[in-house]
Design a protein around this ligand. Structure first.
Ligand SMILES: [Zn+2]
Length: 416
């Protein structure tokens, strides 16, 4: 289902774009960039298009710290040309999402020109958008083509590269959680997609040092992995193959920053730290013997509905109704459902342990993250102990998905 064609990652992406446009009837373009990405590539693309005789209007996003929100969306709507045109997003995740949003909601296509291997969302349909202070993924469209200049990607700011690495290797815990969801919670699962995701992570891991040093082959491997991960989500029709505990914790922190009016951190940087937390939980699970599991389940109680709702209201003060709705399958569990789930844990214990064995140790992951230039501790994200614990305590409420956190709570394992 590769409707994004071509996806070019290589030298001289601007020339390749011009060549592609020769076969396209489009002659009017809205180029969207922020100050940094305009300097890195946008300026060059704009000049090349103009000298080839195209009508180009550049929309420069407003300010130094650009977010996908009402302000930038309105700004882009006002400054983009009206009528027929193709949008070109020159930038990393945020510029792409703003362009994805505006082009889709004005019925026009867009081309992606990523400037940093920072996130796996370049091929996405959805745009994570902050609307009225709450982050939501809004249904939009994927780009019609992607042209990524390898030299531009390789000169991207180091923290963006580290974030892309975190978002990418975080799939290790996403896929483990997804597999638990299929074993214990009947979540739709696609083994071929899960395998491809694991392969993509393994490939990127091989290039850890080259990514940290921003060598061309490392950056290419990272970008290939991020694009593949994006496709796996498109093919599966949901983010499940690429989002588990590590993403829930990242989303929780991001919503906290937005609610408190603080500067947000890079998505992949938060995912990196969330992944370390998930990996610690898998390590705890690996230590539980069959006998201990049986003992723990003997004493396990169905969580009290009212206590769960109170926890959600505490963790998500501005959007608890929505989170409660997402959690109904868990909140509405009867004693009988809970007994069945416990029986399932007993029956599938070996499979559960096989999933846990696929996740690397937290210390190994931290070492990889350091080598690639990504944060590996909450302190590096500027989070306090209390904020770290809140992410661990409340993150798992975010989606109707079974994760290692849900399993840990049933087994009464420490969450920390
Ligand atoms: Zn992500």
């Amino acid at each position: 289902m590769r409707s994004i064609d071509p996806i070019y990652i290589g030298k001289d992406a601007t020339a390749v774009l011009l060549n592609y446009l020769k076969n396209d009837r489009q002659s009017r373009f809205a180029l969207v960039a922020d100050k940094n990405t305009y300097r890195a590539l946008g300026d060059r693309v704009e000049r090349a298009l103009k000298s080839a005789g195209y009508d180009v209007k550049t929309v420069m996003l407003d300010g130094d710290h650009v977010h996908t929100d009402e302000h930038q969306i309105t700004h882009t709507l006002i400054h983009a040309p009206r009528g027929d045109c193709t949008f070109i997003a020159v930038g990393s995740g945020t510029v792409t999402d703003i362009t994805r949003f505006v082009s889709f909601h004005t019925n026009r296509p867009f081309i992606g020109m990523p400037t940093a291997p920072s996130v796996d969302g370049f091929t996405s349909i959805g745009a994570p958008t902050v609307l009225a202070g709450v982050k939501k993924t809004v249904y939009c469209q994927p780009p019609i083509a992607i042209f990524a200049d390898i030299d531009v990607l390789s000169s991207a700011p180091h923290d963006l590269v580290g974030a892309g690495y975190g978002d990418m290797i975080g799939k290790m815990t996403s896929v483990a959680d997804w597999t638990l969801g299929s074993i214990l919670w009947n979540e739709p699962f696609d083994p071929a997609i899960a395998e491809r995701s694991k392969k993509a992570v393994a490939e990127v891991l091989k290039h850890t040092d080259a990514i940290g040093e921003q060598k061309t082959d490392g950056i290419r491997a990272l970008m290939d992995g991020l694009i593949e991960s994006g496709f796996l989500m498109l093919e599966f029709g949901a983010s499940r193959p690429a989002s588990g505990t590590e993403h829930h914790i990242s989303h929780y922190w991001e919503m906290m920053y937005i609610r408190e009016g603080r500067a947000t951190q890079l998505h992949g940087a938060q995912v990196a730290v969330g992944m370390v937390i998930a990996a610690r939980q898998y390590a705890r699970l690996r230590k539980v013997s069959r006998e201990e599991m049986l003992e723990r389940l003997e004493g396990a109680q169905l969580p009290l509905r009212s206590a769960e709702i109170a926890a959600i209201q505490q963790g998500y003060p501005s959007m608890s109704a929505e989170i409660i709705r997402d959690n109904l399958p868990f909140l509405d569990m009867t004693e009988n459902d809970f007994d069945m789930l416990k029986r399932r844990i007993v029956e599938r214990w070996e499979d559960i342990q096989a999933v846990a064995a696929q996740v690397a140790d937290a210390e190994t992951i931290q070492e990889w993250l350091r080598r690639a230039g990504a944060p590996s501790t909450a302190t590096e994200l500027g989070l306090s102990e209390a904020e770290l614990s809140a992410g661990i305590r409340y993150g798992h409420f975010l989606r109707e998905r079974f994760t290692v956190m849900k399993l840990s709570r049933i087994l009464g394992l420490a969450l920390e």
